[in-house]
Design a protein around this ligand. Structure first.
Ligand code: PHE
Length: 365
């Protein structure tokens, strides 16, 4: 029995050592420690032994089982480590390879122009103000001297919001309601100098109109403000925006309920190689004028609605289509493409997010 057990131990440990694959290890485990295994069989013989014999042989059989089990575990671990090392050696990863191009987003021309406007007007001392796109009828119309019966309401194809509101709600048809909000916020006793860029809505759609579009409002309220301040501000703004000194403006008498007097502002263009270019002498060759914004001196009723005393405070205001400014500056011709979300269009007309606005020096640089 002694020599048998020693021999068996040598044989088993030898075959475990000789196993070169995990399934070979498993086969040895089943044939030794499995239900029908040789070592399991030896353990079963203990029951039929005399106590002396069991005392003698028992520990040796248990030791054998222990040794086999340990050898199996160790061999299995070393085979697994070998397999992992082989896998690691064959699956190299070159960390120096350049990454596949990460698609970079781009800044939409409307966002770019808004940034440019904020920068130009910041240099002139204007803060950026905002207001809600869902606006109440009072801010959008009445406070701007457009009473309910006023025909000017028909000028705006307004989206009215259904529902049980204390006051009728609309999608703001222009950024002018922010004039009222900015005046109210100033409390009627200190100057206001703001621009208000943002989304506006009218029920209209063709190549130059979309139901949602962007405007920028400008408002100055102070003492002793004249039409001269308006004209200088617009000239300075448009020269900085189009990055040309030879910009000419024409103020055409017009009508807006919230300004008096009111003026539509045309910008001069020239034609170079069949293309319209902003700037130059519009009276020469094929040059001409195109309308870019509406403006005027703030109506006394509007100053009052904003909480200021019109006998002491005056002001000017203007409103300008941002999308149209972008089209004129960057040469797009279909407004609808602005809002299609076509990535090819954005790739072509978009701006790098890493660039600051092109007018890094701003006005007077
Ligand atoms: N709110 C006017 C529009 O949308 C533009 C405007 C603003 C005109 C301020 C005069 C003064 O057409």
């Amino acid at each position: 029995m002694t020599t048998d057990l020693d021999q068996l131990r040598t044989d088993l440990l030898g075959s475990i050592e000789a196993a070169t694959a995990l399934d070979a290890i498993e086969a040895v485990r089943v044939s030794t420690l499995g239900k029908q295994g040789s070592v399991t069989g030896l353990l079963k013989t203990l029951g039929g032994m005399s106590p002396e014999e069991r005392q003698q042989t028992g520990p040796r059989i248990h030791a054998l089982r222990e040794a086999v089990s340990e050898a199996l575990g160790a061999r299995k671990a070393s085979l697994e480590a070998e397999a992992l090392n082989a896998k690691l050696a064959s699956e190299t990863l070159d960390m120096t390879l350049p990454v596949d191009g990460v698609p970079a987003g781009s800044v939409h021309p409307v966002s770019q122009v808004m940034d440019e406007l904020a920068e130009i007007f910041a240099d002139l001392g204007f803060a950026v103000a905002t207001g809600p796109e869902i606006e109440d009828d009072w801010h959008n119309f009445s406070a701007l001297n457009i009473p309910e019966t006023h025909p000017a309401r028909a000028m705006h194809d307004t989206f009215y919001l259904a529902g049980d509101h204390a006051t009728p709600m609309v999608l703001r048809t222009h950024t002018s309601p922010v004039q009222i909000r900015a005046m109210k916020a100033a409390g009627g006793n200190k100057p206001v100098r703001i621009i208000a860029p943002g989304r506006t809505y009218r029920s209209d759609s063709d190549a130059t109109h979309t139901p949602m579009f962007h405007q920028v409002e400008g408002l100055v309220i102070d003492k002793g403000i004249t039409l001269g301040h308006l004209k200088w501000t617009l000239e300075t703004f448009l020269k900085a925006f189009f990055e040309r000194d030879d910009i000419v403006l024409r103020l055409r008498p017009s009508y807006f309920p919230f300004t008096e007097p009111s003026a539509e502002v045309d910008i001069g263009f020239t034609v170079i190689n069949g293309k319209r270019v902003i700037g130059g002498d519009p009276t020469k060759g094929e040059g001409g004028w195109m309308e870019v914004l509406g403006s005027g001196m703030v109506h006394s009723k509007v100053i009052e609605a904003g909480g200021f005393d019109p006998n002491e405070w005056q002001g000017f205001a203007f409103g300008c289509g941002i999308d149209r400014l972008a089209m004129l500056k960057y040469g797009m011709d279909d407004l609808r493409a602005f809002f299609d979300g076509d990535l090819r269009w954005l790739k072509h007309y978009g701006f790098s997010a890493l660039d600051v606005p092109t007018l890094s020096g701003g006005v007077g640089a």
